[in-house]
Design a protein around this ligand. Structure first.
Ligand SMILES: NC(=O)c1ccc[n+]([C@@H]2O[C@H](COP(=O)([O-])OP(=O)(O)OC[C@H]3O[C@@H](n4cnc5c(N)ncnc54)[C@H](O)[C@@H]3O)[C@@H](O)[C@H]2O)c1
Length: 336
């Protein structure tokens, strides 16, 4: 059964779109059992699309999608995107399959590079055959440790091609180049979104998969210290998942994004220490913080310039951090 917070979230996204846009369209979502992918599957099933979810469950969870198995317009294919074989005609392809958490992709660098290279190539070939619209989930990580913050799409990036995060960053950059090559050479309608830190229910906070807000929440609920890397002065900008999904669906359904790259993220920058404090306000008590060394290549600041997406799609996030963090905390609280 779907949790009431997630079902409320999905209803709010669905209400934004006219059902004609996606009804009866054949859609492939790679990484559909993950955090963002499962929200996309849920929303598109409700909007009447015929959804195929492809996932190898490296970080995705069956529980994110198992309530969809009974829907006649939902199908799961268990498999690796880097070995993807062409299938029946697709109208839309969303390429989200990739390990996404730094600890995890550093343990699986080859798999991460292949999902974002071989996987992208195979999907682009299918899109070329079908004349599908194909969207790639790139990342703010391609900006590296930027000198320009808020960072616009035309910032060229300050990244290491050999550092510990390079398997992720260079994979994303290769895919971006390949998506643009198919657009230029074959006129394919390919679109790139650069996602900045997104959070919400289902964002894993455990072990290797732990991303900061979920990790803080699980630590708070488990009576453990919050773990902060460095002195906590590094910044991030956190976007609640409903805002992101709305942006993704606008990006794939609006022709202005054909051949474009856009940032999707919150323009409200906050330090890691201040986000820990925000969580303490929600929990209603002071929590201890343990400090650990800053990992190599960790970006000092992260904040998107969102002028381009505002102009193209009239999109900007609507859920503030307090509201989103409260919902996320409540969701985790009900599960532990
Ligand atoms: N969440 C964020 O803040 C964020 C930020 C920037 C970019 N992204 C990108 O968005 C996408 C989804 O991220 P997420 O946060 O939902 O992560 P997630 O780990 O929850 O989801 C990724 C999904 O991809 C699947 N997967 C991984 N490798 C695969 C492979 N080779 N073949 C098939 N399936 C595979 C996983 O099992 C998982 O279900 C990723 O491409 C990620 O790089 C996410």
């Amino acid at each position: 059964m779907i949790d009431k917070i997630i079902s409320g979230d999905v209803t709010s996204i669905v209400s934004y779109f006219s059902p004609e846009i996606f009804r009866d369209k054949n859609v492939l979502i790679t990484g559909g059992a993950g955090f963002i992918g499962s929200y996309l599957c849920e929303t598109l099933v409700q909007l009447g699309a015929t959804v195929v979810c492809l996932d190898n469950f490296s970080t995705g969870l069956t529980e994110n999608i198992d309530h969809l198995f009974s829907k006649k317009n939902f199908q799961l294919i268990t498999g690796d995107v880097s070995k993807y074989e062409n299938r029946e005609k697709l109208d839309y392809i969303f390429h989200f399959a990739s390990r996404a958490s730094p600890d995890d992709y550093q343990l699986y660098p080859v798999e991460t590079l292949l999902a974002n290279s071989q996987g992208s190539y195979r999907l682009l070939e299918q899109a070329r055959k079908d004349d599908s619209i194909i969207l790639f989930a790139s990342s703010s990580e391609i900006y590296g440790n930027p000198d320009v913050v808020p960072t616009p799409e035309d910032y060229l990036g300050k990244v290491s091609s050999i550092g510990p995060r390079s398997c992720y960053v260079e994979g994303k950059k290769f895919s971006e180049a390949l998506f643009m090559a198919y657009h230029r050479k074959y006129g394919l309608d390919s679109r790139i979104i650069r996602i900045f830190n997104t959070y919400g229910p289902r964002l894993r906070g455990d072990g290797l998969y732990g991303r900061v807000l979920s990790r803080f929440i699980l630590q708070a609920l488990g009576g453990k210290d919050l773990t902060v890397y460095g002195d906590g002065s590094q910044t991030r900008s956190f976007c609640y998942v409903t805002d992101l999904i709305q942006g993704i669906l606008l990006a794939i359904s609006n022709g202005k994004v054909n051949g474009e790259v856009i940032n999707l993220g919150s323009p409200s920058e906050i330090t890691i220490m201040d986000s820990a404090m925000k969580l303490m306000e929600i929990v209603g008590r002071k929590l201890n913080i343990s400090f650990y060394p800053l990992p190599e290549d960790d970006p000092k600041r992260r904040c998107p310039e969102i002028r381009k997406v505002k102009e193209l799609l009239n999109w900007e996030p609507r859920v503030n951090l307090e509201e989103g963090l409260k919902k996320t905390f409540e969701w985790f609280n009900r599960r532990v």
